[in-house]
Design a protein around this ligand. Structure first.
Ligand code: V0V
Ligand code: CO
Length: 147
């Protein structure tokens, strides 16, 4: 793929904490942000709430994903044992995750999953390992219809 076709925008930045329900109160009641979506993702072991600075998403608006682990063996639970609540990953939106994944692999980068998994709103997600992301966990996300 050409570089200009790879990434559309920063889809979301994820904040991980023990209680996403408590964090969303801060975003909505103190900052005046809007809750747009919430769901439990059993495979990832997360409860997540998407918030945005506007009630309606515009085309390339970035959301904040408030996450808390739903079980002790979730990757985010392990992360919270080692870190304070804070920024956990950033997600780059793509139009075609299979083509982008192939290109990233050609360029020597390590993706965590061989095949994309299901993320927020039926999206398809994969992750660049922090060692391939200059110390940052990077999600690649192709939005689903519910996004
Ligand atoms: C770990 N490391 C991180 C990190 N987590 N670096 C930056 N940001 C993070 N969030 C570093 C850690 O400091 C170590 O560095 C190294 O990676 C190995 O860490 P570890 O504690 O031994 O952890 P692992 O290897 O067991 O797990 C790390 C990975 C894991 C990245 C493999 O977190 C994972 O599988 N993540 C992908 C799934 C995920 O995060 N799901 C939750 C979000 P040193 O010490 O070796 O230098 S779900 C989501 O976003 C959804 C559903 C959505 O958006 O739709
Ligand atoms: Co995410």
């Amino acid at each position: 793929m050409e570089n200009s076709d790879l990434f559309l925008c920063i889809d979301h930045v994820a904040y991980v904490c023990p209680d996403a329900e408590e964090a969303v109160k801060y975003y909505t009641e103190v900052l005046g942000w809007h809750e747009l979506h919430r769901e439990v993702n059993d495979e990832q072991g997360v409860f997540e709430i998407m918030v945005a600075p506007a009630a309606e998403l515009t085309e390339h608006m970035t959301q904040v994903q408030l996450i808390s682990p739903t079980r002790e063996d979730a990757t985010t639970a392990k992360w919270l044992e080692k870190n304070r609540p804070g920024l956990h990953h950033m997600a780059w939106r793509v139009a075609d995750i299979d083509s982008v994944s192939a290109t990233l692999r050609e360029r020597g980068l390590t993706l965590l999953y061989e095949q994309p998994r299901i993320g927020t709103g039926g999206s398809k997600i994969n992750f660049l390992h922090p060692k391939s992301g200059k110390g940052v966990l990077i999600e690649v996300v192709q939005p689903g219809s519910g996004h």
